[in-house]
Design a protein around this ligand. Structure first.
Ligand SMILES: C[S@@+](CC[C@H](N)C(=O)[O-])C[C@H]1O[C@@H](n2cnc3c(N)ncnc32)[C@H](O)[C@@H]1O
Length: 470
């Protein structure tokens, strides 16, 4: 199975070997070749190599993936091997039935309709309860950010076009029908059209903890989820379950299914549009920053209910967002294990590890994970249960339903830190109740809440605030 190498009209020479021949890739592979040897790609070309790059970037397609839905990866052979070792590939039952829209065994809770001013969107057709699964999809196209860094635009758009063409035709057609954010696409070359579709509809997905390439995220297309429009206070939340290892939360721990799920962040009534937030709902800078980010990355003027508030109420919301950030900063700091308040002892970096959201290609997501609960150690100040209560109230006022677990977690820790186990357990249980659908059962922070709820006195936070100088 040797394919024609290189791309027509490519400006650079194609990767010199440029074969779809599994034997070539095996030879390159050395001792880490097991996963690849077991995995037979339907296509593993074309391949292109950047001038200073160590490895080529190829298109890897498996048309049998997920009951014949198919998947195309644009990445290095090394990373393709890593992905092929995920349960989604090695144990097909992991993804059997995930794509409910193709093999529907339960009626859909939504239908796609034209929404004035937004193009298409999804409308709930039945009552959806908070936490309910709305839909889940395996990835269609996973593009390694390396491709954007190491190849020219002409080169990576050629790979994208090949990646779509290799998919089963019903799947490729679904991708090609997505919004390209321009009304007239007739003048666009196929490469340009696919590039615009990818830019309008993809999600940024962080590498898993065991991914050999920690420096580059993936730009991932889930074509059915991509039909959901943006709202700054959405009624649904998405979660990537593709991981299988790594920190809980977005892009982290999961079933290794390379799938994204969407769940209701609050009850949704029939007739309501199902929405996601494309950006961090707590983006510093309030309305002006949100509107600017959405216009720059997705080209629309946000007219969601929050962005349409009158000036006075919008400024109040902005002040609440700023206050939430200040309080989270205060609550994240805990005295060190040895009782000191030395700033050097940084457990896991506080919020410093948050992504710079919206960077790079500007796809949906790239939103920061929840802050690590233990936060950082250092000089502590005003943190106390009343401050955590205010945080919970601010989240409610801001209608941050998909993030309520964050406020409950921080409140549980503050009460426990102050030595009030009953209120601590109440909030830990609320964090679990609201957090499980959003983060998944295996999330590390939720595990921490389970420990707190079952034995507050043995939890790391127990009376930890009481030693602090105020
Ligand atoms: C991921 S797509 C969402 C589905 C899209 N409406 C469709 O027809 O397939 C993103 C694009 O939808 C439109 N869109 C999403 N949310 C919107 C909103 N709140 N207001 C206006 N347009 C929106 C913008 O054109 C944006 O670039």
């Amino acid at each position: 199975q040797v394919e024609i190498c290189g791309l027509e009209n490519s400006l650079i020479p194609a990767w010199p070997v440029c074969v779809a021949d599994q034997r070539y890739l095996e030879r390159q592979d050395g001792e880490r070749g097991d996963a690849l040897r077991q995995h037979i790609w339907t296509h593993s070309s074309p391949c292109l190599q950047g001038r200073y790059a160590e490895q080529p970037i190829c298109v890897f397609t498996d048309t049998n993936f997920a009951d014949g839905r198919g998947i195309s990866l644009i990445t290095t052979p090394q990373r393709a091997r890593y992905l092929a070792s995920k349960p989604a590939f090695t144990r097909p039952e992991t993804v059997r039935g995930i794509n409910q829209d193709l093999n529907r065994t339960v009626p859909a809770k939504y239908e796609m309709r034209h929404i004035p001013g937004k193009g298409m969107g999804l409308i709930a057709t039945s009552h959806i309860r908070r936490g309910d699964l709305i839909m889940a999809n395996t990835a269609s196209l996973m593009i390694d950010y390396r491709a954007f860094n190491e190849l020219s635009k002409h080169e990576y758009t050629s790979l994208q076009a090949a990646a779509v063409s290799h998919l089963p035709s019903f799947h490729a057609d679904r991708l090609l029908a997505l919004s390209a954010h321009v009304t007239d696409t007739s003048h666009l070359a196929r490469e340009e059209l696919i590039e615009k579709i990818a830019a309008t509809n993809s999600f940024d997905i962080d590498p898993d903890e065991d991914d050999p390439d920690q420096h580059y995220s993936f730009f991932v297309l889930f074509p059915e989820i991509a039909r959901m429009n943006h709202d700054c206070r959405p009624n649904a939340e998405y979660r990537y379950e593709g991981g299988g290892g790594g920190r809980g939360g977005r892009g982290g721990r999961g079933a290794g299914s390379l799938a994204q799920s969407v769940r209701a962040a609050r009850d949704i009534a029939p007739g309501e549009e199902i929405t996601l937030s494309y950006i961090d709902p707590l983006l510093p800078g309030g309305r002006a920053a949100r509107v600017d980010r959405l216009r720059r990355n997705w080209g629309f003027a946000c007219a969601c209910p929050l962005c349409s508030l009158d000036r006075a109420r919008s400024e109040e919301s902005d002040r609440r967002i700023a206050q939430i950030a200040e309080i989270k900063d205060e609550l994240a700091v805990w005295p060190g294990d040895d009782g000191d308040d030395d700033d050097d002892d940084n457990h896991d970096g506080g919020n410093e590890e948050e992504d710079e959201e919206g960077g790079g290609k500007g796809g949906t997501a790239g939103r920061p994970s929840s802050p690590p609960l233990r936060g950082r150690t250092g000089k502590t100040g005003k943190a106390c249960p009343a401050m955590a209560e205010l945080l919970v109230a601010l989240y409610e006022m801001e209608r941050l339903w998909g993030l309520m677990h964050e406020a409950y977690m921080l409140a549980a820790l503050e009460y426990n830190g102050a030595g009030d186990p009953w209120t601590a357990v109440k909030y830990a249980r609320l964090a679990l109740e609201w957090g499980i659908p959003m983060l998944g059962e295996a999330d590390e922070d939720l595990e921490d809440m389970r420990e707190l709820a079952s034995d507050p006195q043995r939890h790391w936070s127990w009376r930890r605030r009481r030693a602090e100088p105020k």
